[in-house]
Design a binder for this molecule. Structure first.
Ligand code: AVJ
Length: 349
């Protein structure tokens, strides 16, 4: 764990000692499986994070605009639920563009410590620099880690009371000595990458670490017409296709692979029964690919797929079921005018 100190900014690195080892292991397992798959967590190298930001601006990708609309309209109402200082913890903060709306509303009448957790360190550093300049009183403790890692440290925080030191518990430390209430943000339909069961378990673990004063704000994409969903994940400009293929580019770069990116097609289909978008890369011909660093040659049949992402969509009843399974109380929710997306405020109940 490395940490860099500056007056209003600290960065805590909780990423793997050898990030290639984990990636190599997962790629080898995924590409030798009966149904080939790669984990969507590997989308977000620097280029992937940049492509995802471009996705958020696409006319077809309504999610970001819908959530921004909700935050613009209700940020002050959400901020008013907190009376004193607050610690804002964000899971998967990315460029934190939407978070600015909330931070702005919160900072108008209280002190805020912001704890963004993201797996892409350069993106964390850039967005933190931008926020520090924009908000002269904001304090930031950035955590370069995966959700699960970040959550583990949230869990450690609750053990902090039993004596773990602050350096082992960055989020405890991040919370400060007065322990202001925390607002945990899980925005942008990031919940959609989890199965409903995983989402409930994850929220349940968070619930176990929060106090009755803490709140969680979760952005959820709603079930809707297939055509709208499929074009959101298969845009005309091909940005989502490039985002998907970037996984193969990353294998080429980091693991010495020889994937021919032009021989894999992007596919996004809505599985209505399961209520999820499924993304695939489809081999356009018979081919074999060698990945030197893991000593692996993978054969593909024409039309064979690599499953790369699931993005779950929710009905209000499904959100309710997940919240109930997690033991969370749904305190408030807000939708965009077109009813495409919803923000839910949860308490430990
Ligand atoms: C970052 C997981 C919310 O599922 O909508 C966007 C990722 N994939 N286009 C989503 C994504 C393809 C995105 N999340």
């Amino acid at each position: 764990m490395a940490s860099v100190s500056m007056p209003r900014f600290r960065l805590i690195e909780l990423t793997e000692v050898d990030p290639f080892a984990e990636f190599a292991k997962d790629v080898a397992a995924g590409l030798t499986a009966e149904l080939k798959h790669l984990s969507c967590r590997y989308f977000y190298d620097r280029e992937g994070s940049r492509l995802f930001e471009a996705i958020c601006e696409l006319p077809e990708y309504y999610l970001t605009r819908a959530e921004t609309e909700i935050l613009k309209r209700h940020a002050h109402e959400i901020a008013s639920l907190f009376t004193g200082d607050v610690t804002v913890i964000e899971l998967g903060s990315g460029n934190a563009a939407k978070t600015r709306l909330l931070l702005d509303a919160l900072l108008s009448s209280r002190g805020v410590r912001y704890v963004p957790i993201d797996i892409c360190r350069p993106v964390l550093e850039e967005s933190a620099a931008d926020l520090l300049e924009r908000f002269p009183t904001l304090e930031i403790v950035a955590v370069a880690a995966e959700y699960h890692e970040g959550l583990r440290h949230l869990l450690l925080r609750s053990r902090d009371r039993e004596g773990a030191s602050a350096s082992e518990t960055p989020l405890a430390d991040a919370r400060g000595s007065e322990c202001p209430p925390r607002l945990i943000l899980w925005l942008g339909s990031n919940i959609g990458n989890f199965t409903r069961e995983e989402a409930a378990m994850f929220l349940r673990r968070i619930r176990g670490t929060i106090t009755s004063a803490d709140r969680m704000l979760v952005g959820v994409d709603l079930r809707k017409d297939r055509a709208i969903l499929e074009s959101a994940y298969d845009d005309a400009a091909g940005v989502t296709a490039a985002f998907n293929r970037n996984l193969l580019a990353r294998i080429n770069q980091e693991l010495n692979g020889n994937f021919d990116l032009s021989a894999f097609q992007h596919r996004a289909i809505y599985n209505q029964e399961l209520g999820r978008i499924e993304m695939y890369l489809v081999s356009t011909r018979v081919q074999s690919v060698t990945i030197e660093r893991i000593g692996l040659t993978v054969k593909f049949a024409a039309g064979e797929t690599i499953h790369t992402e699931n993005s779950y969509k929710y009905s209000l009843a499904e959100i309710n079921a997940v919240a109930t399974a997690a033991g969370l109380q749904d305190q408030c929710c807000w939708q965009d005018a077109a009813g495409r997306f919803t923000l839910h405020l949860f308490a430990s109940g």
